[in-house]
Design a protein around this ligand. Structure first.
Ligand code: ATR
Length: 274
């Protein structure tokens, strides 16, 4: 029987995950089918239990259920523990649920493998201090950057995050107005792009060697990346590669097989232009 997988969210209509995972299945010959499930806002856990008792082997979790998934897990990987959020659940052989977070691994792989951007020894500025940023800090720190500065509109949230990750590397917090010097890499992890807004980052943060990465993507250049291009950043990258790489990492967690991502990214890009 074909193994079932799904992404759970609310809303879920525009999720690319089914296309990505079904393409991975076809490419690797894994016998699975992946669909999108709209879970009720107050019924995520029941919906997941129903899914795994009816042939579901694993699932991805997106907004607004990442913390619900963390709470319902029986076992949690260290990286999901540190992120305090879960984007991947796997049904273990004994029926218990393992929770993982593949977002940070996806971001790091997109930067280092797909775009050949080394993080080691770099000054990295991260904008935002919400769940999206918490989810990627540990894998970023594992790359041994010289420093990570977390800047957020609400500075106290950046401070909390910096404290939580202080043991893993050189992390500090800042308000946008207090950002000093330029950075090798700037990662936008705020949800400002969703509203077409720009975090108030000083222009001096960007130099001609800065790589700017927006964790969001859309059919047009994001406001953040357009700003960075105007300032002469070395490169701008959007979050499409991160999306595909976090999916590939989840596929690997479930199936023990790592799919190739280049083709899937290319197809999504050309679909976006249509
Ligand atoms: P997510 O799970 O996407 O991280 P979140 O936890 O709601 O969502 O966090 C959103 C992040 O985007 C926060 O860091 C938020 O800043 P505050 O903590 O000050 O609210 C940031 N953000 C949202 N809109 C923004 C804007 N217009 N300018 C700057 N930062 C913004």
């Amino acid at each position: 029987m074909t193994d079932l997988y799904a992404v759970f969210g609310n809303p879920i209509g525009h999720s690319k995950s089914p296309d990505i995972h079904n393409a991975f299945a076809e490419q690797t010959g894994e016998d699975l089918f992946y669909k999108a499930i709209l879970a009720p806002l107050d019924g995520f856990e029941d919906e997941v239990r129903r899914f795994v008792s009816h042939g579901g082997h694993g699932l991805n979790v997106t907004v607004p259920f990442k913390e619900n998934a963390y709470r319902m897990a029986d076992e949690i990987t260290p990286r999901a523990q540190q992120a305090q959020a879960v984007n991947t659940l796997k049904k273990l052989d004994d029926g218990r649920l393992l929770a993982d977070n593949t977002d940070g691994a996806g971001l790091v792989r997109d930067l280092t493998v797909n775009h050949s951007v080394s993080l080691a020894g770099k000054r990295i500025l991260i904008l935002g201090a919400g769940g999206a940023v918490r989810g990627v800090l540990q894998p970023l720190l594992e790359e041994k950057p010289a420093e990570i500065v977390i800047a957020n509109r609400t500075a106290s949230k950046a401070e909390l995050l910096a404290n939580d990750f202080a043991e893993l590397g050189n992390v500090s917090a800042s308000g946008f107005g207090d950002i000093e010097g330029s950075f090798g890499i700037i990662i936008n992890g705020t949800s400002a792009s969703l509203a077409g807004e720009l975090p108030p980052v000083p222009e001096s943060a960007v130099s001609h060697v800065t790589v700017c990465y927006d964790m969001m993507y859309s059919s047009k250049t994001t406001v953040f990346n357009a700003w960075a291009e105007k300032l002469g950043a070395a490169r701008t990258i959007d979050g499409l590669g991160m999306l595909v790489e976090q999916a590939a990492e989840a596929f690997f967690v479930w199936r023990g097989v790592r799919p190739q991502t280049a083709r899937v990214m290319k197809d999504l890009r050309s679909e976006r232009r249509r």
